[in-house]
Structure formats: structure tokens, C-alpha cells
Ligand binder design. Structure first.
Ligand code: UDP
Ligand code: MG
Length: 315
């Protein structure tokens, strides 16, 4: 069995060595052949230097995909999967929040249950701030209601995949990538393994609340067109009430002889409807914008260089 370990890295100069040490420690007595694929996602610190240093001293096969700029973790994972050659592929963070020894547990699960094609780690207990917890709960509630595929709360990108599933994911070459959805969309049997995330070894998370919010919108727009339908339903509903109101006004004016009431209600209605219209337009814009970008078929990532130590090893 050959294992490919895919590791996206962005400004992680203080973590890559620690991570590599933990991986070698984990696999030192094991008969598992593995390669590590590091993606340097346009880091501005010394990450690349550290990675090159690891590659030149390592006994195992190391590949470094050096991006021309920061393309984001999603692009990093795609590049890693594309460059992987293992029968099993594991995606893992470099910050040691997910300990490499968990990969062994994942392998055991897959080896013991041939029916499963992948293992996804999910956090049972999360140490997120209160506001973020609520937001994430809401996100999963909404997206599971309005999309056809299942999103498991807390499931991370920390996964072990069999080759056939990796190939299926690579077939999905969309520019706006939302892995949680892509993993579900391709189907296959996934085993959900609970784990507890450790504290980040060094540095800080790259996720701000605003980034998470945009990511959530990405997820919704990428995996369901329901919001477009909501806009239509809402429009129909408002038109219906407007029609009833109109009839009431006519009856009041013609039958009861009451004057059409004044300007406050008119202004209120106009503003309300204007707001709704802009909101609906915004939803359409979100989808249209993405369609525009997708039709350009831009590459998901651009690699400046792919460095490997394979030749060195053969000597
Ligand atoms: N990462 C990346 N590109 C980015 C942001 C993050 O490759 O633009 C990597 C990062 O180096 C780490 C992993 O993705 O290995 C997870 O990032 P982070 O720890 O910031 O996310 P969190 O654990 O808070 O979800
Ligand atoms: Mg992290």
C-alpha cells in the first residue's frame, strides 16, 4: 500500500519541521510506503526554504508544489490530490491540530471495512467562540435543508481517501471549490471518525469571521440554486398580498367612499419592495458572477515549480 499525505501550507515556517518530525515518528516502525506532498500556497515567510530543506534531507519521497501566489487551501488540496500517486491519499493540516498518528487509525478503519471508500474526521467537541458556534450551527441547518447533498456538522478536510474517490474529486474541476460539498457530492461510503483537534502548534488560524461568512455563502451558492427559487416564491407571495390590498383599496374607495390613505404607507411599501428587489437582484448577481468566472475556465492554481527529491533518493 502506498500513502500520499497532502499538506497545504501558508505561512507556516514554524510548523513544517515539527509536522515532518511527527510524521516520521508516526511511521517509523510501520511498513507503510508513503510520500508527502507539501503545497506552498504563496507563503510570504520562510516556509519554502524550510520545505526544501526537509526535501533534501528526507529519506522518503517529498514533493513540493510551489504556487505562484496564494490561491487558498481549496486550491492547495486540489493540487495535492492531482500530484498524488498513492492508493490512499490523506489531506491534513500542517499546524498539528490534527495529529499525524490519527492517519494510522484512519488506515485501520479502511483496511478493516472494505465497504468504506474514505474516512472523514469530525470534531465532536469544538472550542469555537460562542458566536461562531451559533453561526456554524445555523449554516449546517440551512444548507442541509436547501441542498440535496448531506453536510455533516464539524466534518473537516482531514480525510483519508481511496484512489477511486480521489479520481472522482479531480473530475470536479470547478473554480469555486467548496470541499465539504465536493466530498459529499461525489458520493462513495464515508466513515465519520470523531477526533479532538489540538491547539495550533505555532502561528494563528487564517480564518476570520468574515472569511468564514464568505466561505459559507460560497458553499450555499455552489451546491444549491434554492435561493434563486426563494426569490421567485417571495415575489409571488408579495404580488398576491399586493393584489388583495389593491382590491381592498378599491372597495374602500368605491363602496365605502373612504379616501385612499396617505403618503407614509405608499413610501413604506415602495422602500420595502425596493429592498426586496435589490436583495433578489443580489442573489441573481451571486450566481451570475460565478457563472461568468467559471466560463473563463481559469486554472484553479498556478504552480511556479514542482520540486521533488525522488532522483536524489535513487542515487
Ligand atoms: N492554508 C493554506 N492556504 C490558505 C490558508 C490556509 O494552504 O490560504 C493551510 C494552512 O497552512 C493549514 C491549513 O490550510 O495547514 C488550515 O489552515 P488554518 O489552520 O488557518 O485553518 P483552521 O485550522 O483554523 O481551520
Ligand atoms: Mg488549523
Amino acid at each position: 500500500m502506498k500513502l500520499s499525505i497532502v499538506v497545504p501550507c501558508y505561512n507556516e515556517e514554524n510548523n513544517v519541521d515539527l509536522f515532518y518530525q511527527e510524521v516520521t515518528k508516526t511511521f517509523s516502525n510501520k511498513k507503510i510506503k508513503y510520500e508527502i506532498i507539501f503545497i506552498n500556497d504563496g507563503s510570504r515567510d520562510g516556509t519554502l526554504i524550510r520545505l526544501k530543506d526537509i526535501a533534501s534531507n528526507a529519506k522518503e519521497h517529498i514533493k513540493i508544489i510551489d504556487f505562484s501566489r496564494n490561491f487558498g487551501k481549496e486550491a492547495g488540496m486540489y493540487a495535492g490530490l492531482k500530484e498524488s500517486s498513492g492508493e490512499y491519499v490523506c489531506i491534513i493540516d500542517v499546524d498539528l491540530q490534527q495529529h499525524p498518528s490519527l492517519i494510522l487509525e484512519m488506515i485501520n478503519i479502511l483496511e478493516g471495512n472494505p465497504d468504506y471508500d474514505s474516512v472523514a474526521a469530525y470534531q465532536e467537541k469544538r472550542h469555537d467562540p460562542f458566536f461562531r458556534k451559533i453561526f456554524s450551527l445555523l449554516f449546517y441547518k440551512i444548507i442541509n435543508k436547501i441542498s440535496d447533498i448531506e453536510f455533516v456538522p464539524g466534518a473537516s478536510d482531514f480525510r483519508l481517501l481511496k484512489r477511486n474517490m480521489v479520481n472522482a474529486i479531480l473530475e470536479m474541476s470547478e473554480y469555486y471549490r467548496f470541499s465539504k460539498g465536493i466530498f459529499s457530492f461525489v458520493g462513495f461510503n464515508t466513515y465519520y471518525m470523531p477526533y479532538e483537534a489540538d491547539k495550533r502548534a505555532n502561528g494563528s488560524s487564517k480564518w476570520s469571521f468574515w472569511k468564514l461568512f464568505k466561505y459559507a455563502i460560497d458553499g450555499i451558492v455552489s451546491f444549491t440554486t434554492a435561493p434563486l427559487r426563494f426569490a421567485a416564491y417571495f415575489g409571488i407571495l408579495i404580488s398576491f398580498f399586493a393584489f388583495i390590498y389593491f382590491i381592498v383599496l378599491i372597495i374602500q374607495a368605491l363602496v365605502l367612499g373612504i379616501d385612499v390613505p396617505g403618503y407614509a404607507s405608499t413610501l413604506g411599501t415602495v422602500l420595502f419592495l425596493g429592498g426586496i428587489q435589490l436583495f433578489a437582484l443580489g442573489i441573481i448577481g451571486e450566481y451570475l458572477g460565478r457563472t461568468y468566472v467559471e466560463t473563463k475556465r481559469r486554472p484553479i492554481y498556478i504552480a511556479k515549480d514542482i520540486i521533488t527529491n525522488k532522483k536524489q533518493r535513487k542515487k
